[in-house]
Design a protein around this ligand. Structure first.
Ligand code: HEM
Length: 408
């Protein structure tokens, strides 16, 4: 019987390896990319995010085949052609809509896992920064996509958000017109947002995902105890056959097989939403065609932007704009505001643990208040929650400076 040769590779792989080094790349990025053993299901979110991005790309390509970026045709091309005439058009639209919403839920879980375990420290700053760039590009991608069905909420949310570029009292109306290509959102506006949505932003997202994955390679992922692992030493143990003793596993297929398990649960949840609850991802107001002469009673963004919208709303125009700008950049600076040197979990960090939960609850309160009309008690709660958000950041510097001294 022929002896099994584990190094035997198909001819095509050999051919590609001699020319492109594909085997080396696969070894460096996958089979000998080491992942700590003591991590939990939350570490599967990154790969699930990558899969959901794949769903968005594939369903988006099919939708682009029938969508018409023209103010007179866009609404019908989505609500009539795609939903009723094209075979399985409804399925691609539901997948695209649900994935666009769920991707933010996953991003928030992934971000808050990073915050809880301090995974933006000890050489992991670039992972965090590239992650936040993904958050920004995904936000722009979601906003530009929301314009495309040319419904009432597309039009009016587009109006409100582009108005922000007038910079309050500075009244830079020329900038707003330049962005819109007109005085109000119209044909020029729709076609440029179409270009951004189907070309420029997906390209940027793919570039930043490559950066995000690349930035994971040297520091490796953190673990749930914040243990500092000597990856070279542990990998050597694993390669020598002491797989039980080693504190690490291979990315491919050890870690991936665990990811697939979590992904299977996620896919049940995802397709359940696609087939039975897709409406949660579609605002009823957007089933009326855009009408520049009829302002909806209450304008609000999708759920994932509500918290930042509520930071803008309760203050006067200029202060609100500054608070909003602050909320957009402050998360990016987290690795430098958290002064504590150790990447340990929040439940072992005393005051930071309380800080973490206040931040999370505050974002939920802001999101709820962002959805309801800004009057009476709701405005007061929104204002308090916005102040709490703003004050949490100097509090973080103070708490973690204190923690740093204690560690010394
Ligand atoms: C589509 C968007 C994203 C994709 C595909 C993605 C993918 C990944 C993957 C595969 C990992 C390694 C496994 C894991 O820890 O889950 C990872 C880790 C990480 N990501 Fe993302 N990510 C995305 C967005 C973000 C965002 C928005 C942030 C927040 C700033 C972020 C911050 C991090 C951090 C801090 C780690 C390291 C975790 C650790 O060391 O334990 N990522 N990401």
């Amino acid at each position: 019987m022929a002896k099994f040769d584990e190094n035997a590779r198909p001819f095509s792989e050999q051919w590609l390896d001699d020319r492109l080094g594909v085997r080396t790349l696969n070894r460096v990025m996958a089979t000998e990319y080491w992942i700590p053993k003591n991590i939990n299901f939350l570490w599967a979110m990154g790969m699930i995010l990558a899969v959901v991005f794949g769903f968005l790309l594939i369903s988006g390509i099919f939708l682009t085949m029938y969508y018409k970026p023209d103010v007179n045709l866009a609404f019908d091309s989505v609500n009539y052609t795609i939903m009723q005439e094209v075979g399985y058009g409804w399925l691609f639209r539901h997948i695209h809509g649900v994935a666009a919403s769920v991707v933010f839920l996953l991003i928030y879980i992934h971000m808050f896992t990073g915050i809880y375990y301090g995974s933006y420290k000890q050489g992991r700053e670039m992972i965090w920064i590239s992650g936040m760039l993904l958050f920004v590009t995904f936000s722009a991608e979601a906003f530009s996509g929301y314009m495309l069905p040319w419904g009432q909420m597309s039009y009016w949310a587009g109006m409100v958000i582009t108005n922000l570029f007038s910079m309050g009292s500075l009244e830079l109306n020329g900038v707003v017109e330049w962005i819109r290509g007109d005085y109000v959102p119209g044909d020029a506006y729709l076609t440029r947002f179409f270009m951004l949505h189907v070309f420029l932003l997906p390209l940027a997202i793919i570039g930043v995902i490559v950066l995000h994955f690349g930035s994971l390679r040297i520091p490796h992922v953190n673990n749930q105890e914040g243990e500092i692992i000597d990856f070279d030493e542990e990998a050597a143990k694993y390669l020598a056959g002491n797989t039980k003793e080693a504190k690490v596993i291979r990315f491919q297929w050890d870690f991936l097989s665990k990811d697939f398990m979590v992904m299977a649960f996620f896919l049940f949840f995802f397709f359940y939403l696609v087939f039975y609850h897709f409406n949660f991802a579609m605002d009823p107001v957007n089933f009326d065609m855009a009408n520049g002469l009829k302002t909806p009673a209450h304008i609000y963004p999708e759920w994932y932007f509500l918290w930042s919208y509520e930071i803008l709303r309760p203050f006067s125009k200029d202060v609100g704009l500054m608070a909003f700008g602050f909320s957009q950049v402050i998360f990016m600076l987290l690795p430098f505001l958290d002064r504590s040197p150790n990447a340990i979990p929040a439940h072992r960090r005393g005051l930071f643990f309380i800080w973490f939960w206040i931040l999370l609850l505050d974002l939920i309160v802001l999101s709820v208040m962002g959805k309801v009309p800004p009057s009476g008690m709701f405005s007061t709660i929104g204002l308090i929650a916005a102040w709490v958000f703003l004050l949490l950041w100097p509090a973080l510097v103070a708490i973690t400076s204190f923690e740093k001294k204690e560690i010394k």
